[in-house]
Design a protein around this ligand. Structure first.
Ligand code: CTP
Length: 148
């Protein structure tokens, strides 16, 4: 039997292949402190592709598309596994969309999108590393500037 660094879960979501240093940021955007289910977090685990990786397992929760889009911005190499009765029933890689609406605020405090209840709209100029451009003020944002 295969050895697991972080134990298997019965039902829920596994976010795998997170760049290790981004693991807690992903945990943060998923708001897992507020979940009542079991949450397992592993960091600096050995990965063939990434060298070191992080993993987050959330028992009893199926993560939704909005959460997947957020994860993609922080961890563009991540894969998501949906687990049911200990089996992986769905597996997919996160994908950064071409346009991001309403998830990330524009970094420019004077941008119109930060006023009048306007929903933010950012064009993805580069996916990995992430680089976004505001639709309204054209300010460019990198990973370090993202407020999600
Ligand atoms: N997993 C889990 N609980 C289960 C089944 C799987 O936590 N009941 C986790 C595994 O630990 C792994 C991920 O879900 O991190 C995907 O499982 P699986 O597809 O079996 O692993 P791999 O083949 O190693 O996945 P990949 O090819 O995506 O690296």
């Amino acid at each position: 039997m295969k050895h697991l660094d972080v134990s298997a879960i019965k039902d829920g979501s596994v976010i795998d292949h997170i760049e290790s240093k981004s693991t807690l940021k992903v945990a943060d955007i998923l708001n897992i402190q507020n979940e009542e289910q079991v949450v397992l977090v592993g960091m600096n685990l050995t990965s063939k592709f990434l060298g070191k990786k992080g993993i987050i397992k959330i028992g009893g929760k199926i993560i939704d598309q909005k959460e997947v889009n957020k994860i993609a911005l922080i961890a563009p190499n991540a894969s998501v596994n949906i687990i049911k009765d200990y089996e992986v029933i769905k597996k997919f890689k996160v994908a950064v969309p071409d346009i991001i609406e309403g998830i990330v605020k524009c970094f420019n405090p004077n941008c119109i999108s930060n006023y009048y209840n306007t929903q933010s709209k950012l064009h993805v100029v580069n996916k990995n590393p992430i680089k976004l451009q505001c639709h309204y003020c054209e300010r460019i944002m990198n990973a370090k500037d993202l407020v999600i």
